[in-house]
Design a protein around this ligand. Structure first.
Ligand SMILES: Cc1cc2nc3c(=O)[nH]c(=O)nc-3n(C[C@H](O)[C@H](O)[C@H](O)COP(=O)(O)O)c2cc1C
Length: 160
């Protein structure tokens, strides 16, 4: 299956998940670049505020054409109980060219349901599968098994 893993990460957690997922799937990895946010208190405040009010920020042009893949897995952190705004920008920009999609997200613990619903609405399609990883998963070392199970689910459901 030709797959692309696309992620946004402000502080590195979702990037680590995306790398592991890409490795499990034998997929290419692309990072969403959004100069509006930088790690640190001010960046976090801006990110939370933007997410809450639904701002779609400028992102750099996507490096890959999603239409060239059978599956695109898109992930990012939850911000203010919703999908982070760079992921929203990516999905808005690429919706017309997306093949089958899967979503993943990381968060302290809350907001996944709304984040995935927003992502599905922007992508214009429901995901084949979703993966929600909390701080507790990472603390307890449960993330590698959860990522492997998610990848296995995606491989099983791969388009013919
Ligand atoms: C602006 C901002 C808003 C956040 N909002 C939530 C939230 O609503 N629910 C939650 O459980 N965690 C929230 N978090 C925590 C992040 O989702 C979590 O730390 C995530 O794993 C960070 O991913 P990253 O390192 O890839 O940026 C928030 C973090 C930031 C910076």
């Amino acid at each position: 299956m030709r797959a692309l893993v696309v992620c946004y990460s402000l502080t590195g957690t979702t990037r680590r998940v995306a790398r592991a997922l890409a490795s499990e799937l034998g997929a290419e990895l692309e990072e969403i670049r959004c100069p509006r946010y930088r790690p640190g208190l001010l960046g976090a405040l801006r990110a939370g505020h933007d997410s809450w009010r639904g701002l779609i920020p400028e992102i750099e042009p996507p490096a890959n054409d999603p239409a060239q893949y059978e599956l695109v897995a898109v992930g990012g952190p939850v911000w203010a109980w919703n999908a982070c705004t760079p992921v929203r920008a990516y999905l808005t920009r690429t919706a017309a060219r997306l093949p089958a999609v899967a979503f993943f997200a990381t968060a302290g613990g809350a907001g996944f349901e709304r984040a995935f619903a927003t992502m599905a609405a922007l992508a214009g399609r429901q995901p084949a599968a979703t993966l929600a990883l909390t701080a507790e998963h990472f603390k307890e070392g449960k993330d590698p098994a959860a990522i492997a199970a998610f990848a296995a689910e995606l491989r099983r459901g791969r388009p013919a």
